[in-house]
Design a binder for this molecule. Structure first.
Ligand code: ZN
Ligand code: ZN
Length: 108
């Protein structure tokens, strides 16, 4: 049995695309990965459609076991449909250090 790859106990927490474990960096071209710099889909930034900094791909996009928007809706007690509207409206901003959405300062 030694040396065999082991299926993790809780596969529901793995990234649905690249199957990375929570706390680790996604594959560079993973569809689920968010840009560490701006929070939009990383693929767009790599292609130069999104932000300039994301194109460098010099920081890993960390998978947290759940979608970034799910984490934010729970943290702030929002309905799932609300978070996208609030991001769109600029009330939620991307935290580069935390790699997650947070309420913009002064927006409360
Ligand atoms: Zn992934
Ligand atoms: Zn970006």
């Amino acid at each position: 049995m030694t040396g065999e790859a082991k299926v993790p106990d809780d596969i529901s927490s793995l990234c649905g695309d690249c199957a990375v474990a929570p706390g680790q960096g996604h594959d560079l071209r993973c569809d689920v990965a968010r840009c560490p710099y701006c929070g939009t889909q990383r693929y767009d930034c790599l292609e130069g459609i999104g932000c300039e900094e994301g194109r460098k791909a010099d920081r890993p996009a960390i998978w947290k076991g759940r979608w970034d928007t799910d984490i934010a809706t729970e943290r702030y007690g929002l309905a799932k449909s609300e978070i996208y509207r609030l991001i769109e409206a600029g009330l939620f901003v991307w935290d580069r250090d935390d790699q997650g959405w947070k309420l913009r300062e002064g927006a409360e």
